[in-house]
Write a protein that binds this ligand. Structure first.
Ligand code: NAD
Length: 341
């Protein structure tokens, strides 16, 4: 049995609580929830039948015997909460974006390594079902060595009503969405050598940039175009699907709309459907992301139980954050930037 506590019971936390509940079949028990807004903690506890209810994370850690803490708060609270949980000796997961700055993320990673307490980032987009299939195909060798990719997330879905804080972020789309598409670029093509970026501030009533077009040269020599925008007025709006074009030395994999995956190899093409595993608690249009939340939690849980580092470890995610930071610098200076670290 793995006893899980969740910190943060706001907009996105319902997906984590549902995911952990779903993983009861894998021996997960949701034992405590915490939100500094006590009414949100109580509402979550009631909805999910959770016995431990807290408005203070330190109190939760002192009172409960937890095997895992899942932090689902906004980024400004990540470092203090991660430090609290790691110092209490509890394996921890924290939502994206990992931290406010690369230095904060490196400090959290280093603390985890020094204490020997595992830390992972809930980076869920690479766990979208069609992307997992594309990775399996790449891994099989069928399309040869990957040498080019386009990763695309373009939407005008209203994200601002559910997450009003995004309206006032001075640095918006790369930190909120670029973090996902650049992670997907690394997932398929490996580490980045340098990155160029153009950002646009298209919606005047939003504080930050809402569009980013990024170009990455990977260490392998591969190139990727990573695009994201919250201001693409096109129908159908595919939110929150990630589209992918991946070319290799012997073939290609293209993730199209609505989970259609086209594989070309040996001069022939075939189409495979990679639909999310939709559960009764999931809701359109979110279900591909909700399914990826379950897959992310399950992946990290399995790794922690095996005493292994998950694919989305703190050490891995630091590289994605370095790339985001380099993208902002590249956009500002109009040059290609080598990510730090
Ligand atoms: N991976 C994804 O697909 C995805 C999608 C949406 C949001 N997110 C991420 O999820 C995180 C949470 O976003 P949200 O929209 O749910 O935010 P939110 O503001 O709606 O919820 C956060 C909750 O955390 C609580 N909180 C803050 N500091 C706390 C503390 N120190 N102790 C206890 N509770 C505390 C707040 O009271 C609030 O209820 C963000 O980092 C966001 O980027 C990820």
């Amino acid at each position: 049995m793995t006893r899980v506590g969740v910190i943060g019971c706001g907009f996105f936390a319902g997906n984590h609580l549902n995911a952990w509940k779903q993983l009861a079949s894998e021996g997960v028990e949701l034992v405590a929830v915490c939100d500094m807004d006590a009414s949100k903690a109580r509402a979550a506890a009631e909805a999910f039948g959770i016995a431990g209810v807290y408005s203070d994370a330190a109190a939760m850690l002192a009172a409960e015997k937890l095997d895992l803490v899942d932090i689902v708060t906004q980024v400004r609270s990540h470092r203090p909460l991660v430090e609290l949980c790691l110092n209490a000796g509890v394996p921890t997961i924290v939502q994206k974006p990992f931290g406010l700055s690369l230095d904060d993320c490196v400090a959290m990673r280093d603390l985890s390594e020094r204490l020997g307490v595992p830390l992972a980032v809930h980076e869920n987009f690479r766990f979208q079902a069609p992307l997992q299939l594309a990775k399996e195909i790449l891994h099989s060798g069928e399309i040869g060595e990957a040498n080019w990719a386009r990763i695309n997330f373009r939407t005008a879905h209203d994200i601002y009503t559910g997450q009003p804080y995004l309206r006032t972020e001075q640095k918006l789309v790369i930190n909120d969405l670029g973090v996902h598409v650049l992670d997907v670029a690394r997932f398929f093509l490996g580490e980045a050598k340098h990155i160029s970026a153009e950002t646009q501030h298209r919606r005047p009533d939003i504080a930050g940039e809402d569009t980013a077009t990024m170009l990455v040269r990977h260490e392998s020599g591969a190139v990727s175009v990573a695009e994201c925008t919250y201001d693409a007025r096109r129908l159908p709006d595919l939110f929150p699907q990630v589209l992918l074009e991946l070319e290799g030395t012997r073939g290609s994999v293209v993730v199209k709309a609505d989970y259609e995956v086209v594989v070309t190899a040996n001069g022939a093409a075939r189409t495979i459907m990679a639909e999310p595993d939709v559960q009764p608690w999931m809701r359109q249009p979110w279900n591909v992301v909700q399914d990826s939340v379950v897959a992310t939690c399950a992946h990290i849980l399995q790794a922690y139980r095996a005493g292994e580092m998950p694919g989305v470890s703190a050490a891995d995610n630091v590289k994605t954050i370095a790339l985001c930071e380099a993208a902002y610098e590249a956009a500002e200076r109009g040059v290609a930037v080598v990510p730090r670290g």
